[in-house]
Design a protein around this ligand. Structure first.
Ligand SMILES: C[S@@+](CC[C@H](N)C(=O)[O-])C[C@H]1O[C@@H](n2cnc3c(N)ncnc32)[C@H](O)[C@@H]1O
Ligand code: SF4
Length: 404
């Protein structure tokens, strides 16, 4: 979740949603995102809405945060009304959710279950920095109903971690996966970053090999994005580090595909690979396929039935709104049918299942993409646009042409 908030329409202080949003609620999968906006230090590349101070004012300190987040869960129930939809997925992200005691994360999950009910077999994930958890912490999460851990490994090379300002040793993420497995987590993800300045092809191969060796059932691999206003952007501007190169990033992507496929992973979204369909992240799939979710926490974004809103950014402002009995939403937008169709194309074309050709309005661009080897031939004959490997490398440009 980037830290800059867009403008939008005002939200009533009750947070009440338009009727169009509530229509059909419960017929689409429903999830919760819980943002925890705290980190020990800020990594130089990171633009997420996170704070290194532990005292951010009443309701927003580490100690109070769970209670404040639970307040928003209760408001969500009041706004969505009735029995509320059952919750298929919950995702705690950050920041570093695991900076809070495990019992706080379990309490927030408990409130979601109490207010809405978790569906049988619900997926409950938390992100974690590898150095922030140990076996006892993981055991408490597992007992408390968490089913999936997502560790930020980023790289297995010390010098790459140093450029990224990461605090853990290369080996810690690998050990954390083993500990999570030992504590009964069936699903474990590792996040990796490629094309960091100073990283070689061999460094990237070593990171992938270490990640695979650790035994996760899911890997996310992202090209390093240089976000405006970060320490990394300043270092590049001053000439201390080179700008990541697009061609290098494309080569690294091909290496990831080759090594992950060789190890039994299959891509299911351009930046995500899993060892089986059951190992795919159901929460992210819900985002990418037009599902409904409520985002709890400062700066968190939500989407219900075509209405999108986002909370105030600072934890103190967020806690203050809730303490005053008001909605923490900062602004919102109601998407029309056309906006929703464009958004679904942008997200679903990145999935291995692809997008129905009938929903794409640009026959010439589609024909060019097929001729240029960006779309698979067999699915095309069955009426679906599915990216080839070359298409995955050029996905952003193709999507721009298709919606532009
Ligand atoms: C914001 S972090 C939160 C999880 C946790 N705090 C951590 O760092 O592991 C989620 C993931 O986003 C990815 N990420 C964040 N900023 C990025 C950037 N500028 N470029 C590429 N990936 C980024 C990283 O892979 C990271 O693991
Ligand atoms: S630990 Fe994660 S959320 Fe925190 S600053 Fe680093 S990348 Fe961002």
């Amino acid at each position: 979740m980037p830290s800059t908030l867009p403008d939008g329409d005002p939200v009533p202080s009750s947070g009440e949603l338009p009727e169009s949003a509530l229509a059909g609620l419960g017929t689409r999968p429903f999830g919760f995102y819980v943002h925890v906006p705290f980190c020990v230090t800020r990594c130089g590349y990171c633009d997420f809405n996170t704070y290194t101070a532990s005292e951010l004012g009443p309701g927003a300190s580490h100690a109070d945060y769970a209670g404040t987040a639970i307040e928003e869960v209760r408001r969500a129930r009041a706004i969505l009304g009735g029995a509320g939809p059952r919750v298929e997925t919950v995702f705690f992200g950050g920041g570093t959710p695991t900076l809070l005691p495990a019992r706080d994360l379990v309490r927030i999950l408990g409130a979601i279950d109490e207010e809405f009910g978790l569906a049988p077999g619900a997926e409950v994930t938390t992100e974690a920095n590898p150095e922030s958890v140990g076996p006892a912490y993981l055991a408490e999460l597992r007992r408390g109903g968490f089913t999936r851990m997502s560790f930020g490994m980023q790289s297995a090379r010390e010098h790459v971690l140093a450029v990224l300002d990461r605090r853990h040793t290369p080996g810690r993420a690998v050990q954390a996966v083993r500990e999570a497995r030992a504590e009964g987590f069936e699903h474990v993800n590792l996040d990796l970053i490629y094309s960091t300045p100073g990283e070689s092809d061999d460094d990237w191969r070593a990171s992938l090999a270490a990640a695979i060796e650790a035994g996760p059932d899911h890997v996310s691999a992202y090209s390093l994005i240089v976000e405006e206003g970060t320490r990394l952007a300043a270092r590049i501007r001053r000439g201390e580090l080179p700008m990541p190169d697009d061609d290098v990033a494309a080569d690294r992507y091909l290496i990831a595909e080759e090594m992950l496929t060789g190890a039994g992973f299959g891509w299911y979204e351009v930046s995500n690979w899993a060892t089986s369909p059951q190992a795919r992240c159901r929460h992210n799939l819900l985002y990418w396929t037009g599902g409904d979710w409520w985002g709890v926490g400062p700066g968190a974004h939500s989407h219900v039935g075509g209405t999108r809103w986002w909370n105030v950014k600072h934890p103190a402002a967020y806690a203050g709104r809730l303490a005053a009995g008001a909605s923490p939403a900062h602004a919102r937008e109601v998407l029309g049918p056309e906006d929703r169709a464009v958004e679904r194309l942008m997200l679903e074309l990145r999935l291995a299942d692809g997008f129905p050709l009938a929903g794409i309005d640009r026959p010439i661009v589609v024909a060019r993409a097929l001729g240029g080897g960006l779309l698979e031939t067999e699915p095309f004959k069955r009426g679906r646009a599915v990216l080839t490997l070359r298409g995955r490398l050029l996905a952003d440009a193709l999507v721009r042409d298709l919606v532009g």
